[in-house]
Design a protein around this ligand. Structure first.
Ligand SMILES: [Cu+2]
Length: 170
């Protein structure tokens, strides 16, 4: 019984290693819109929390733009899990206040309401996505994820590629 369990465990770990080897190796650099920033020191609270998060290589939160520039390894932590790490950060004001992180994507082909809707529809089809906000004037969109899901930035970019829209994190 014990031997069988070991055999299963080693088979599983082999599969995990294989999956990691076949995925991307360069770190993702992405901008997240950060919600719940109450005062400038909140930026350091979120930065410190991300710095302690496994797979996050660097994080800079900007008070003026309420956004974060985050570098992370998606073999270790996916784009959705980075959002969860922001949301799990205890708020410095306590109480019912919460931080949130929504991933921003640059989609140059988003020029108006119609192209924005194409992008939004392609993404909201994915079960991991809670909400998409489109900003035609800056050719960007932000993606709010459901909690506890696993989706990489490449999977989001692929979903947009399938409807003919080139996208990237920035
Ligand atoms: Cu604060």
């Amino acid at each position: 019984m014990r031997l069988l369990a070991l055999a299963i465990a080693s088979a599983l770990s082999f599969n995990v290693t294989y999956a990691e080897d076949s995925s991307q190796t360069t770190p993702t650099v992405a901008t997240y819109a950060i919600g719940g920033l109450h005062c400038p020191p909140c930026t350091r609270t979120v930065e410190a929390s991300l710095a302690r998060t496994k797979g996050v290589k660097s994080a800079k939160v900007d008070w003026a733009t309420k956004s974060a520039h985050i570098q992370f390894d998606e073999n270790v932590i996916t784009a959705t899990q980075v959002s969860d790490a922001v949301a799990r950060t205890p708020h410095m004001m306590g109480g019912g206040m919460r931080y949130s992180g929504t991933l921003a994507l640059s989609v140059p082909a988003i020029q108006d309401k119609a192209t924005g809707k194409t992008a939004s529809d392609a993404l909201t089809k994915l079960p991991e996505i809670a909400k998409v906000n489109v900003f035609p004037s800056t050719h960007t969109l932000t993606v709010q994820f459901k909690e506890g899901v696993k989706l990489t930035s490449s999977q989001l970019i692929d979903a947009l590629d399938q409807v003919g829209l080139k996208a990237k994190t920035y």
